[in-house]
Structures are given as structure tokens and as C-alpha cells.
Design a protein around this ligand. Structure first.
Ligand code: NAI
Ligand code: MG
Length: 395
């Protein structure tokens, strides 16, 4: 019997192109695993009215380890229109299966490393006073609270009477009292202390393991006093358990400015859900963008690893496929690290690093050309050629 069982969920669009590439690499390093396919995404919604089927939930409950590609989400009206006729008009509501999965299994720790590979033409560079350029080594990992905050999904347009009454009891709501229900939308930002503690602790543990000097909490406590305030207060508490690691604090708006000036100063950043999502995309943009952005959704029991990118439908039908498999492959690397297979993880990272450094094989995104069928004739490597190049460099 294999040592590990991985539930593989390619999902929609390019998820189906990149996930098999990650499996090829995992097999090549001898990861002792069996893989069980599970459905997720748009077809499940259309045919079953549920983008995250029970069988997928059961498999994850049982095996606790998942690799996920990407899904397609569409606005409510389109979602309804695309349901198969038998399911229409039954009041089914589309929920993003990945958000549901994070909440269902309490995958509350989202880890998003943004680590630059030497030689990547997409890396951030900075002009120097002598008109030359610096290319600082960026090694930032964003810890994003994954289940609460602005993405908790507690929201209304035209809030019900009791919610309005509750809001009315807040003095600041006076300004909105006379706005008609249909003209008012409310999204609730909830932060709980235990969840704040867990995400901050994960960030500090990582900083300790990597030997970093500090952790930055990135919120906006001067304005969003209650929720950002609790995040920051909790971070101060947790920091006391880590003597020798400093706690720095930045505001989300200022942080987005700082990351364009001195991104190399930030190794570990922790934030609530929405801010963490924004930060991780922003940092990913400095190290190659979506083709390089990997992530882990980690709970106490279950962990699911996925590239940050979506299903990129406009490229999903291309043959050969052109998208960069590196984000998916690095997500598999994170999975290996999560289960303690560090040596195998390092072998893959080293191989990716060599391919990027040599620069002989590049997918279209690494060439700064537009994607599409023409990319290959313009010299871009296909998805499969990129994986082949990585496999060829494995030691
Ligand atoms: P997207 O990430 O799918 O694509 C945006 C653009 O980034 C693409 O058009 C492409 O130019 C580039 N790109 C993405 N992955 C790439 C790769 N591996 N290599 C090279 N280039 C790559 O985001 P978009 O277009 O906003 O959304 C498309 C669909 O994906 C939507 O239905 C959206 O809801 C869904 N989505 C799903 C996510 C998930 O599964 N976690 C995350 C983000 C979007
Ligand atoms: Mg995002």
C-alpha cells in the first residue's frame, strides 16, 4: 500500500492541464502515493446543483490531503442560467466550492510563498541612483486567514428587518437609516480571537523555522478598529512567545506602497482574509505572477494545495496547452513539505530553479508575450515541455 493518499481535484479549465503535470513530477521524485480523482467545479454545479459534491467531501474527510487545480465561478444570474433544465427554479444557489471547502474543513491557514527564482525575466527590478538596476531577492510568504473576515460570506443586499434593527442600534448607522433596503448592501467582517491566534502563530512558527528576524502584521487598526484591532492585539500577544523575532506592523495601503520600494524587507506577512488575498497577489506579481504563485490551505486535519490562479478559460481549449505549470508544481512541493517529504520537495525546487535560471525553456508568460495559439510559434514552451524540462533537471 502507498504511504500517502492524495485526493486530486483538477476542477475546471486549465486545472485539468496543470494538475497532471504536477503528478508527473511527484511520480518522478518517487513520492509514495496513490491518487484518487474527485470532481469539483462548474460541471458539478451544472449537473448536480452543487460545485462541491458529497463524494469529494467524503474523500477529503477520509484521506485529509488534497491537490486542487482551479475552478470556474460565474455571477449568480449566469450560474442559474447554466444549470441543467431539471435543476432550474429549485432555489439552488451557487457557492464557490473552494471557499466552501476552506470553511467546511476549517482550512484556516492559507500560506502563499512568493519567492523569486534567479533568472526569471518577470522578477521585480529597481532602478538605482547610478541608473543601473537592482534585482533584490524576494522571499516573502503571506499568511492569510482563510475562513473569516470579509470572505465569511455573511452578507445581504436589502438586509432583513432584524439585521437592520441591529444595525440601527449602532450610532454610526444613523447616516444610513433612511436608505431603502434594496439600495443597501452589507458584508460583515468577522474576526475571532482563536482564528487570529492560529494564523499569527503559523506565521511566527514559519519565521522561526526559516530563521527570519521579524513578522509583519498588515491590517488597518487605526480605521477598522474592532476587527483589525483584534488581529493586531492578538499578534502582539503571540509575539511574546517568540523572543528574538520582532513584530512589525503596517497598514494595508502603506504596505502596497512599500512592496514596490523595498519588497525584500518583508519575509513573513500575516493578515486577515481579504487583505491577505490582496497582499499575496501583489507580492506574487513581483516574482513572476500567476504562473509562479502556489498556495496551501491548511487546517488541523485536512490540507489542500493549489495554485493561486483560476481556470483561465480562454486558454483551456488550446492544444498543446500553453499555461505555466510551475505554480501547480510548486503547490505540490508545498504538499510534500507539509507531509515531511522535504528532500523530495527540495529536489523539485532545485530543478525548477535550474530551468528558470537557464532560461532555455519558457512558457509564454515568462516571455512577456500574449497567450493564445500563436504563443508556441513565437517560441514559447508548451505546458508539457516546461514539465519535461523540469523532469530532465531532477537529480
Ligand atoms: P485566472 O487566474 O484564471 O486567469 C487570469 C489570467 O492569468 C489568465 O488569462 C492568464 O493570462 C493568466 N494565467 C493564469 N494562470 C496562468 C498560468 N498557469 N500560466 C500562465 N498564465 C496564467 O483568473 P480570471 O481570468 O480572473 O478567472 C477565470 C476563472 O477562474 C473565473 O471563473 C474565476 O472565478 C476563476 N478563479 C478561480 C480560482 C480558484 O480556482 N482558486 C482563483 C481565481 C479565479
Ligand atoms: Mg486571489
Amino acid at each position: 500500500m502507498a504511504r500517502h493518499t492524495v485526493v486530486t481535484m483538477p476542477g475546471d479549465g486549465i486545472g485539468n492541464q496543470v494538475l497532471p503535470e504536477a503528478l508527473r513530477v511527484l511520480q518522478a521524485v518517487g513520492f509514495d502515493a496513490q491518487y484518487i480523482h474527485a470532481d469539483i467545479g462548474w460541471e458539478c454545479w451544472r449537473n448536480q446543483g452543487n460545485a462541491l459534491p458529497e463524494r469529494t467531501i467524503d474523500l477529503l474527510t477520509k484521506h485529509k490531503l488534497g491537490l486542487f487545480g482551479a475552478i470556474t465561478s460565474k455571477p449568480n444570474k449566469e450560474a442559474q442560467a447554466e444549470l441543467k433544465p431539471e435543476l432550474q427554479g429549485k432555489g439552488l444557489v451557487y457557492y464557490s466550492p473552494i471557499v466552501t471547502m476552506r470553511q467546511k474543513f476549517n482550512l484556516d491557514i492559507c500560506m502563499r510563498p512568493c519567492i523569486g527564482f534567479t533568472g526569471n525575466p518577470l522578477n521585480y527590478i529597481r532602478k538605482r541612483v547610478d541608473d543601473d538596476y537592482d534585482e533584490p531577492q524576494i522571499d516573502t510568504t503571506v499568511f492569510r486567514q482563510n475562513t473569516e473576515g470579509m470572505y465569511a460570506g455573511i452578507e445581504w443586499t436589502n438586509p432583513p428587518e432584524n439585521v437592520r434593527a441591529a444595525l440601527n442600534s449602532h450610532p454610526k448607522f444613523k447616516a444610513f437609516t433612511n436608505v431603502p433596503g434594496l439600495d443597501i448592501a452589507v458584508s460583515v467582517r468577522i474576526i475571532t480571537r482563536p482564528a487570529a491566534r492560529r494564523i499569527v502563530t503559523a506565521a511566527f512558527d514559519y519565521a522561526k523555522k526559516r530563521g527570519f528576524k521579524g513578522v509583519t502584521i498588515c491590517e488597518k487598526p487605526n480605521v477598522v478598529r474592532e476587527t483589525s484591532g483584534m488581529m493586531e492585539e492578538t499578534a502582539k500577544e503571540v509575539a511574546r512567545n517568540y523572543p528574538g523575532i520582532a513584530l512589525w506592523s503596517t497598514n494595508i495601503d502603506a504596505q502596497l506602497m512599500w512592496l514596490n520600494k523595498n519588497p525584500e524587507d518583508y519575509n513573513v506577512i500575516v493578515a486577515s482574509n481579504l487583505f491577505g488575498d490582496i497582499l499575496s497577489d501583489a507580492f506574487a506579481g513581483l516574482v513572476g505572477g500567476l504562473g509562479f504563485a502556489a498556495s496551501g490551505n491548511i487546517g488541523d486535519e485536512v490540507a489542500v494545495f493549489e495554485p493561486t490562479h483560476g481556470s483561465a478559460p480562454k486558454y483551456a481549449e488550446l492544444n498543446p496547452p500553453i499555461v505555466n505549470p510551475i505554480a501547480m508544481i510548486l503547490s505540490a512541493v508545498m504538499m510534500l513539505e507539509h507531509v515531511g517529504e522535504n528532500e523530495k520537495a527540495k529536489r523539485i525546487k532545485d530543478a525548477v530553479s535550474t530551468v528558470v535560471k537557464e532560461g532555455k525553456v519558457r512558457t509564454y508568460d515568462m516571455m512577456r508575450i500574449s497567450g493564445g495559439a500563436k504563443a508556441i510559434s513565437q517560441g514559447a514552451a508548451s505546458t508539457i515541455q516546461m514539465t519535461d524540462a523540469i523532469l530532465a533537471k531532477l537529480r
